[in-house]
Design a protein around this ligand. Structure first.
Ligand SMILES: *[C@@H]1O[C@H](CO)[C@@H](O)[C@H](O)[C@H]1NC(C)=O
Length: 410
């Protein structure tokens, strides 16, 4: 998952379907005139708040709940406490039914809609810092108003694009609405997995050249994860604990490997991932589908892992040029895990992790690869920022000021 090496955790915000009635942008009363180009923000993986409701859920541990009214599951400090992680992990877990990913019986999900759903400010949680909070405040200081010229689009980050079709429709309708209210083209700001999903959205047939020219002024991907992130490999091997020192990684693994997202964000050879992901004396595993399937066998991952990577592979390899002016801001010169090297065999305890330059999560070369590929087709500006980390980059003053400059470009 796209989480930094520091104790910054940030999380899952799921966007389960926003209930159409209360959150439709069309409900917004038309407010006074504005001279701003509207902004739509799409957060990264784990960057949307998810609520959950339990109804006769078959709990996996006696100390967890079967029935509970709506409560905030992600992000919530309780997840990171031993014992409670096992409940939260169970509530978060998805199920593969042999053909498709499903929610568990007795668990309903919903997203916290709008900007509230994509920002955190929880100073009481020592390991959770801010996410998109300062940037949104700065936009508001400049006169932006939610529902008029500023929108946040949370989504169920556990899912891959196959299961986000309803949300993609919302992305389209929010952009059109933002345009219609303001009579100005829209600036889209994405972070991390949000960038990969938005790029997928822009490659869909119904998102025509005319649609793009009409509605989108520019796209600002921050720390885009379109080449995937090595952390998904760590998740599949050990589980990822988001820097939570209280809870073992292995407690996170069962639910993390049930998320289509964990496969959608695997590194892909297609985006310049030419070096092996895993090195063993017997075999080097490359960022290709056959090698991932073989790796999953070798690591004794369940059959559904192979099913999930198979269902994501086509979608995760779509990297078409978006055909709108694109301003890419990314972090570099932070040590970023990018390879596991086993001295005896895959899955053993004798390994070391090799690093590349990047933002601590996303390897810089995968970002740059598409900067170069897309340049032939349309305007692309690519700016690397030294020592900016994957998550804190969206709260960084230098980056926020740069974003504010960029959105003023007509
Ligand atoms: C995910 O998508 C598949 C294929 O469209 C569908 O069968 C399945 O029910 C979806 N799962 C969820 C949880 O929406």
């Amino acid at each position: 998952m796209l989480v930094p090496k520091t104790l910054l955790l940030f999380f899952f915000l799921f966007v389960v379907f926003l209930s159409g009635s209360s959150t439709s942008p069309l409900d917004g009363k038309v407010q006074e005139e504005t001279s701003n180009n509207p902004i739509v923000i799409i957060p990264g993986c784990m960057g949307s708040k998810l609520e959950v409701k339990l109804t006769d859920h078959k709990k996996k541990h006696w100390w967890c709940s079967s029935n509970k009214d709506w409560f905030l599951l992600w992000i919530n400090v309780e997840i990171f406490i031993p014992e409670l992680i096992e409940c939260a992990g169970d509530y978060m877990q998805l199920e593969w039914d042999g053909k498709a990913i499903q929610y568990q019986q007795g668990i309903d999900y919903r997203l916290v809609p709008g900007l509230e759903g994509i920002q955190y400010l929880q100073p009481t949680l020592w390991f959770v810092e801010k996410y998109f909070h300062k940037m949104i405040e700065e936009f508001k200081n400049e006169g932006y108003q939610e529902g008029r010229d500023l929108f946040g689009l949370p989504y169920d980050f556990r899912m891959g694009p196959n299961n986000l079709t309803t949300w993609f429709k919302e992305v389209k309708s929010y952009i059109e609405t933002a345009y219609n209210i303001n009579d100005k083209k829209v600036n889209v700001i994405t972070h991390s997995m949000g960038g990969k999903l938005f790029n997928y959205f822009m490659a869909q047939e119904e998102i025509t050249k005319e649609w793009k020219e009409t509605y989108v002024s520019k796209w600002i991907p921050i720390a885009p994860a379109w080449g995937g992130a090595f952390e998904t490999i760590e998740e599949l091997i050990w589980g990822m604990n988001f820097g939570d020192i209280l809870v073992k990684k292995s407690k996170f693994k069962p639910f993390e490997i049930s998320f289509p997202m964990s496969y959608y964000l695997l590194p892909i050879e297609n985006v310049d991932w030419a070096d092996p992901i895993i090195i063993t004396p017997q075999k080097n595993y490359m960022a290709t589908l056959p090698d991932y399937l073989e790796m999953m066998n070798a690591l004794d991952l369940p059959q559904f892992s192979k099913d999930l990577v198979n269902t994501q592979w086509k979608q995760m390899n779509i990297i078409d040029p978006p055909m709108v002016p694109t301003y890419i801001l990314y972090g570099e010169k932070v040590d970023t895990n990018c390879q596991v090297e086993y001295s005896d065999y895959i899955g053993s305890d004798n390994y070391k992790i090799n690093t590349c330059t990047g933002d601590g999560t996303v390897s810089a070369k995968t970002v740059v690869a598409l900067c170069e590929d897309w340049e032939d087709d349309h305007f692309v500006l690519c700016e690397g920022y030294k020592d900016k980390e994957h998550v804190s980059i969206v709260e960084d003053d230098e980056i926020i000021n740069r974003v504010k400059e960029l959105i003023k470009i007509p």
